[in-house]
Design a protein around this ligand. Structure first.
Ligand SMILES: [Zn+2]
Length: 86
């Protein structure tokens, strides 16, 4: 019975992981294609996000212009990238 519950939990995690990936991936707003090219990026700001204790993560925020490889639609999106401070 325990093994059955563990299997269910694993399947649950897999589904949640898949949904998170599915809804967080970047797609063309026009045709929902995932193949696109980054044309240019403009740095907006850099800020520090508090993680825990004395741990901080540096985040760079960009305004990025994308162009869809399928329908040539262009759009602008904000992209946040974590910078590892080692
Ligand atoms: Zn498109």
């Amino acid at each position: 019975m325990e093994a059955f519950q563990e299997t269910l939990a694993l399947i649950g995690f897999a589904i949640v992981g898949f949904l998170f990936w599915y809804f967080s991936r970047r797609t063309c707003p026009s045709c929902k294609n995932t193949n696109f090219t980054e044309l240019e990026r403009q740095h907006l700001k850099t800020y520090q996000k508090h993680l825990s204790g004395s741990d901080y993560q540096q985040i760079d925020e960009y305004k990025v212009n994308f162009k869809c490889d399928e329908c040539n639609h262009t759009w602008t999106d904000r992209v946040k990238e974590a910078v590892r401070l080692d």
